[in-house]
Write a protein that binds this ligand. Structure first.
Ligand code: CA
Length: 236
């Protein structure tokens, strides 16, 4: 397990590094946001511990750039005590968890173990839902033995739905995970994408996979229902 610690306060950085090394992690330390970002882009870390207040590039810019570049390395952000706004910003940008300074090393280690566990589940590369298959390495989807042509946004949406197979995902969850920013909740952009995706992954006579749960969100699941021409997949 290789961890990148991006932290400019020397004392804090070496305290984290020492502790993690005692737990047998390999640790690299970057003292500013730019160096940290370069290291994170160039290496395949298992997780990143990322301070918010950093010289050159702050922690938010780092997490934002990594997620925009589709680098999914789990990130634990270190935020100032009591700054709810920082926590929300970090999570919205794609951080996996946060820890307020000052913290006990035991808590950092526990948070890290938890995001590493989550990411090993998420890393599985072949996802299935009935006869729909998605390959998260090549970013391709197949059904009826054929590749389904998807735009990158449609692909991200489908991957998110498949990773949450059987669960209802709300529109705001989709916004956060697929668009990674917040837009006007009144916009119908998600409905438009769901409709396009449904037209590609379902056809009359094949089992229906994607349902709309009125007023709540959407759910992808294996089902024995057969999609019909006029089905709009509405469930209550
Ligand atoms: Ca700092």
């Amino acid at each position: 397990m290789r961890i990148l610690v991006i932290e400019d306060e020397k004392k804090v950085a070496s305290f984290i590094k020492r502790g993690l090394e005692e737990e047998r992690y390999d640790v690299d330390v970057a003292a500013d946001g730019q160096i940290g970002l370069n290291l994170a882009m160039a290496n395949n870390y298992d997780a990143i511990v990322l301070d918010v207040m950093l010289p050159k590039k702050d922690g938010f810019a780092v997490v934002n750039t990594l997620r925009s570049a589709k680098i999914a390395t789990p990130i634990l952000m270190l935020t100032a005590r009591g700054s709810t706004e920082d926590r929300v910003t970090g999570l919205d940008l794609g951080a996996d968890d946060y820890l307020s300074k000052p913290f006990h090393f035991e808590e950092l280690a526990a948070r890290l173990r938890s995001i590493l566990r989550r990411s090993s589940v998420e890393k599985s590369t072949k996802l299935h839902c009935g006869d729909l298959m998605l390959d998260a390495v090549s970013h391709t989807a197949f059904r009826w033995g054929k590749e389904i042509e998807l735009t990158s946004r449609e692909y991200s949406l489908l991957e998110y739905l498949m990773r949450n197979k059987g669960k209802i995902v709300s529109r705001s969850m989709i916004t956060q995970h697929v668009w990674q920013y917040n837009f006007d909740p009144e916009t119908n952009i998600i409905d438009v994408y769901i409709k396009r995706l449904r037209a590609k992954i379902e056809k009359p006579g094949s089992p229906k996979l994607l349902s709309s749960i009125r007023g709540v969100g959407y759910r992808l699941r294996e089902s024995n229902d057969v999609a019909s021409d006029d089905s709009d997949g509405e469930e209550e």
